[in-house]
Design a protein around this ligand. Structure first.
Ligand SMILES: Cc1cc2nc3c(=O)[nH]c(=O)nc-3n(C[C@H](O)[C@H](O)[C@H](O)COP(=O)(O)OP(=O)(O)OC[C@H]3O[C@@H](n4cnc5c(N)ncnc54)[C@H](O)[C@@H]3O)c2cc1C
Length: 417
C-alpha cells in the first residue's frame, strides 16, 4: 500500500478501515541466505539495501525485542555531516545524501528537517579549530559557514553571549544538518524491507552463532536454530556480547548516554545548537519539546538508564548557555547503550569467520549514519568487498594504530570520545 495525501483523505472518509499492518509478523523459517542480527536502524537499513540494491530476497532480521526499541528510538535525532578527518568525512557525507532522498524513496515521512546545526565556539583557539573543520567539510563537498558573534546572534538571540566564563565568540553553521523523527526511520526501513520480502522477526534473541570449519552456518535463537551462509552482527550496545558468541573480543566498551525532553513549548529554538565548552546539544521537536543531551555517564554498563551526576552536569551546561531554559519543565529522561570504540568511529568489516560480518562502534553518533551504514554494510555482505564510502572503517586500525579517525582530530583516546 502506497501512502499519499489522497489515501489519507479516502481513509478518513471511509472510517480508516483500509489501513493494513505496516509489516508482517512472520515466524522464523529454518534457513535463510542471510540473517541480520539486530532490528535497530542499522540492521533494518542493511536488510532494506540488501533487497533493493542487490536484489536479494531470502533475508531475515532477528530482533530480540521490538522494532525501534533500541537506540534508534532513544537518540536526540541529530543528523549531520560535519566530520573533520578522512574516513568519517566521506562516509557521513554519503549518508547525508541518502537522507536527502529518503522519504521519497521509502514513501514514508521520517520528518527529516534540515533546519541547520550550529557548533558554538568560545575562544580564539576553538575558532581556529572550527575554521579548519569547516574547510575540511567544504573540501568534502559539504556545507559549512563560519559565523562571527553577530552572525550567531542573528540566528540564536536567546543565548547568554556575555557569560563571563564562556562568552560566545561565534559558531560553525552546517545548513544541511538537522533532525529526523527517529522511530519513523526504523518504521520506514522496516516497511521498505518487509515490502521487498525480508522477514522481520521480533521477540527472537540470538543466543549463539554456529561456526563449522571456520565458516558461519547459522544462529541459535530463543525461537530455535536458523541456518544461514551469511550472518551480519548489527547490535549497537550489545556488540561485545554478540561478537563473543563467535569467539571475538572487540575494541569496544559499552557506556550509557542519557537524553532529556521538556514539556511542549511554542517554537523557540529553530536550529540544532551545540555548546563548545561543555557537552550539551539541543533542538526542538515538532511536538514542541526541547530535546537535549550531554556526555556519556563514563562507566561501562548495559543498563539503559543513567545516573544523577550526569543529569546535573547537562542541566548546568544548559543553564550556562541559555538561561531561559530554566523555566522549562523536564518531562522525561532515558538512557541508551553506546558501543564506544577508542577513536569514537565505527567498524564495518568482515570478521575472521568466513560469512560473518560486523557493523558496530557507532558510539553516540550512529543515528545519522543509519542510511550510510545500511548501504555500506549491505554492499559488504552482498559483494564481499567494502563500499567506497566505508573503505576506511576497518577493524584492524586498532591493532595497527594506523588509520584512526576520531571526529575532531583530538586523538584516539577513550575519554575524549
Ligand atoms: C541518548 C542518545 C542520544 C543519541 N543521540 C544521537 C544523535 O543525536 N545523533 C546520532 O547520530 N546518534 C545519536 N545516538 C546514537 C544512535 O542512536 C546509535 O548510534 C544508533 O541508533 C545505533 O544503531 P542502531 O539504531 O542499529 O541501534 P539499536 O536500535 O540499539 O539496534 C540494535 C538492536 O539489536 C538488538 N539486539 C541486541 N542483542 C541482540 C541479540 N542477542 N539478538 C537479537 N537482537 C539483539 C537490540 O534489541 C536492538 O534493537 C544517540 C544515542 C542515545 C542513546
Amino acid at each position: 500500500m502506497a501512502y499519499s495525501g489522497w489515501r489519507i483523505i479516502r481513509e478518513a472518509l471511509t472510517g480508516n478501515a483500509g489501513w493494513a499492518p505496516v509489516w508482517r509478523d512472520p515466524a522464523p523459517r529454518d534457513a535463510y541466505d542471510i540473517v541480520i542480527i539486530g532490528g535497530g536502524g542499522h540492521g533494518l537499513a542493511t536488510a532494506y539495501y540488501l533487497a533493493r540494491e542487490h536484489g536479494l530476497k531470502n533475508i531475515a532480521v532477528v530482533e530480540k525485542g521490538y522494532i525501534g526499541g533500541g537506540n534508534v528510538g532513544r537518540n536526540t535525532t541529530i543528523v549531520r555531516a560535519n566530520y573533520f578527518l578522512p574516513g568519517n568525512s566521506e562516509f557521513y557525507s554519503h549518508s547525508l545524501k541518502l537522507w536527502e532522498g529518503l522519504e521519497t524513496e521509502l514513501n514514508y515521512n521520517v520528518m527529516h528537517s534540515q533546519r541547520g546545526l550550529i557548533n558554538l565556539f568560545h575562544s580564539d583557539g576553538q575558532r581556529d579549530a572550527f575554521a579548519r573543520r569547516g574547510n575540511a567539510m567544504a573540501n568534502q563537498g559539504d556545507d559549512a559557514v563560519l559565523l562571527d558573534r553577530e552572525g550567531v546572534r542573528a540566528h540564536l538571540p536567546y543565548l547568554d553571549f556575555d557569560n563571563v566564563r564562556f562568552p560566545v565568540y561565534g559558531g560553525l553553521l552546517h545548513p544541511r544538518g538537522g533532525t529526523a523523527r527517529h522511530d519513523a526511520v526504523a518504521w520506514g526501513y522496516a516497511r521498505g524491507a518487509d515490502r521487498r520480502g525480508v522477514d522481520l522477526i521480533q521477540n527472537c534473541e540470538v543466543t549463539g552463532i554456529d561456526i563449522e570449519g571456520g565458516k558461519v552456518t547459522g544462529v541459535q535463537t530463543s525461537r530455535g536454530g536458523i541456518k544461514a551462509s551469511k550472518v551480519g552482527i548489527v547490535v549497537a550496545g550489545r556488540s561485545g556480547q554478540v561478537a563473543a558468541m563467535a569467539g571475538m573480543r572487540l575494541p569496544i566498551e559499552s557506556h550509557v548516554l542519557q537524553a532529556f525532553v521538556t514539556e511542549g513549548l511554542k517554537p523557540c529554538i529553530d536550529h540544532v545548537v551545540s555548546f563548545g565548552m561543555g557537552h550539551f546539544y539541543i533542538s526542538q521537536s515538532d511536538k514542541g519539546g526541547l530535546v537535549f543531551g550531554g556526555d556519556l555517564d563514563f562507566y561501562a554498563s548495559y543498563a539503559a538508564r543513567g545516573n544523577l551526576p550526569m543529569k546535573e552536569h547537562v542541566m548546568e551546561a544548559a543553564m550556562t548557555l541559555m538561561p531561559m531554559i530554566g523555566k522549562a519543565r523536564v518531562l522525561r529522561s532515558w538512557g541508551g547503550i553506546m558501543d564506544m570504540t577508542p577513536d569514537g568511529s565505527p567498524i564495518i568489516d568482515k570478521t575472521p569467520v568466513e560469512g560473518l560480518y560486523i557493523d558496530c562502534g557507532w558510539c553516540y553518533g550512529g543515528f545519522k549514519a543509519v542510511p550510510g551504514s545500511g548501504f555500506a554494510f549491505a554492499h559488504l555482505i552482498a559483494q564481499d568487498r567494502p563500499h567506497d564510502s566505508a573503505a576506511r572503517l576497518r577493524m584492524d586500525r586498532f591493532a595497527k594504530g594506523r588509520g584512526l579517525m576520531d571526529e575532531e582530530g583530538t586523538g584516539a583516546q577513550h575519554n575524549l570520545h
